[in-house]
Design a protein around this ligand. Structure first.
Ligand code: SER
Length: 317
């Protein structure tokens, strides 16, 4: 079967690593990267790149036809903290881009879609510990509302039109290759940069704010894993819960101090504290494990080692 993949939002935090992983697996020319902004040198040099606005239906369709695309990974979105500042812009981007690819699949122009959901679909009334797959969902952020609505539409397009759309609810994602943009969990990336650069970090969340998190390699494995699974195994067509680890800022700081004993952290919570407080602390992902064989690998201390080792050169002079 001739598989050709389009990644929309390829220059972003997840898109950059996903593009690299998919190009390694299928070959550079089989994976078309696209974004409104150019990406890293590696992304630009390792295969085709198109400047593409995910909101422009005609433009997305043109790229799909030109490259004979069979699968789309739609990674373009406005994240939780930025979305609170620009609610209508976030809603328009997050929903229009999704409808564009869902409708292209409905018209049989593509065979399969990956669309990311998030732990932000949950809200203050959701059980916080080991949040079940099926539970109360009353998100209180614009981002969460857009993700929950998106989930409903994915399931609807699957049931009503047979669209093969697959999704997971990502926790906070941590990587050393690309910076996150505008999320509530971004501190968990920034803290490693600041630990190496200044030996000090001022955290915008309180010390005991526990959130579900995951190292990027695991998230990429899950993403490619769900897309490669046999369609019959994908029983949930809104989005699967996915869990790696849970920690709070105090625990990351302690993990960093094992390598940089002089590292200190202070807490100055801002508007993002309210967002974090509305989200779960840990996630029950047994359906993903049972249905399509998901397994996580990287723990907090392992991640700390990988992060510090890979970022060290950037900050040593
Ligand atoms: N990491 C995202 C955010 O903080 C959650 O999906 O917005």
């Amino acid at each position: 079967m001739k598989k050709r993949i389009l990644i929309i939002g390829a220059s972003g935090q997840i898109g950059t690593e996903l593009t690299a992983a998919l190009r390694k697996k299928y070959g550079g020319h089989k994976v078309i990267a696209s974004d409104i902004n150019e990406g890293s040198d590696e992304l630009m040099e390792s295969g085709p790149f198109e400047v593409l606005d995910a909101m422009d239906y005609e433009a997305v369709q043109d790229v799909i036809i030109t490259y004979e695309i069979t699968e789309v990974y739609l990674m373009a979105a406005m994240l939780s903290a930025t979305a609170e500042k620009f609610p209508m812009k976030a809603w328009n981007l997050n929903m229009t881009s999704l409808f564009n690819v869902l409708n292209l699949a409905r018209e049989n122009k593509i065979d399969k879609i990956f669309w990311p959901s998030s732990i932000a679909v949950f809200g203050p009334t959701t059980p916080k510990e080991m949040t079940p797959q099926h539970t109360v969902m009353e998100p209180s952020t614009v981002y969460g509302i857009s993700k929950q609505t998106g989930e409903r539409w994915c399931e609807y397009y699957h049931k009503r039109y047979g669209v093969d759309v697959r999704s997971i609810r990502y926790p906070g994602l941590i990587s050393y290759k690309t910076l996150p943009g505008g999320g509530t969990t971004d501190y968990a990336v920034d803290i490693y940069h600041k630990a190496l650069k200044h030996k000090k970090y001022i955290c915008f969340l309180d010390e005991d704010t526990t959130l579900p998190m995951m190292f990027m390699d695991d998230a990429i494995k899950a993403t490619i894993g769900i897309m490669e699974a046999d369609a019959a195994l994908i029983k949930i067509r809104n989005a699967y819960n996915l869990s790696g680890m849970s920690f709070n800022p105090k625990e990351v700081a302690a993990s960093i101090q094992k390598h940089i004993p002089e590292f200190t952290i202070e807490y100055e919570p801002d508007f993002r504290q309210d967002i974090a407080d509305s989200w779960p602390q840990s996630i029950d992902d047994s359906d993903a494990r049972k249905d399509w064989g998901w397994k996580h690998h990287v723990s907090l201390d392992e991640m700390t080692e990988i992060m510090l080792e890979n970022l060290r050169d950037t900050y040593s002079s």
